[in-house]
Design a protein around this ligand. Structure first.
Ligand code: GLP
Length: 231
């Protein structure tokens, strides 16, 4: 596992962008993440697109997760997030965009599993990390064999994410680990404990991000604050 540390959030985002761009040409299937952490990264990526150096027109995209119980285009949802922060600003073909559609109800998870099977494995998967070590919405307790499914969120996650929903649909650990290359971004002191547990701690379901220790091409891109508890 590789660990790269930038000075602050901006430098972390620049490092992440460089890694993403290095893999871009050879990656057909891209896995995107949401949250506050990659927002500047997406801004920089749009700037790169506007320079004319990259095109998304032949890329297939997958997102990690979505809330349940909200409308498909609810502003608090991750579909809106992705279009507002990236997809509406680049030349991605909307029919190549895959985001779990919780409005489909119980069958949504199975449909998403099949889409991943059809187009996967994901060549380059981005991740963030929750303060409790979750990746996607794979909360502590998630098995390494888990597939896309509907999950109950922890009270900590519900509160931190602004009480949008107590349930979500998430890509599973098994599907994430099948990605050829994985880049996890984290910044800020509130992530330091989860990051240390993921990188230096025991591999297991108590800290889902620790499963990345089992992956042969996983990179953590951190800022100094998120890295401060590392050994
Ligand atoms: C959310 C998302 C994750 C994201 C994480 C970190 O709950 N489901 O995919 O990586 O929490 O979010 P943030 O970057 O806002 O701290």
């Amino acid at each position: 596992m590789e660990v790269l540390v930038g000075k602050g959030h901006k430098e972390m985002s620049e490092i992440a962008l460089q890694i993403f761009l290095d893999s871009f040409k050879s990656s057909k299937v891209l896995g995107f993440a949401t949250g506050n952490t990659p927002m500047l990264f997406y801004e920089m990526l749009i700037a790169e697109f506007r320079k004319g150096s990259i095109s998304f027109s032949r890329k297939i995209t997958f997102n990690l997760d979505e809330y349940c119980g909200i409308g498909k285009w609810d502003k608090r949802g991750y579909r809106s997030y992705m279009f507002d922060n990236l997809f509406s600003h680049v030349d991605v073909n909307e029919k190549n965009v895959h985001i779990p559609d919780s409005s489909l109800g119980a069958k949504a998870a199975l449909i998403y599993r099949k889409e991943i099977q059809k187009y996967g494995p994901i060549d380059f998967q981005m991740l963030g990390i929750g303060v409790n070590g979750h990746i996607g919405f794979n909360e502590p307790g998630s098995s390494k064999d888990s597939l896309t499914r509907i999950v109950r969120l922890s009270s900590e996650t519900i509160k931190r994410n602004g009480n949008v929903s107590d349930k979500a649909i998430t890509m599973g650990i098994s599907e994430i680990l099948k990605s050829k290359r994985i880049m996890l971004m984290a910044s800020g002191a509130d992530k330091a404990e989860a990051v240390a547990a993921a990188i230096d701690g025991k591999v297991g379901n108590a800290v889902p991000a620790s499963y990345l220790q089992m992956h042969k091409d996983a990179i953590f891109v951190l800022d100094e604050k998120a890295a401060k508890r590392l050994k």
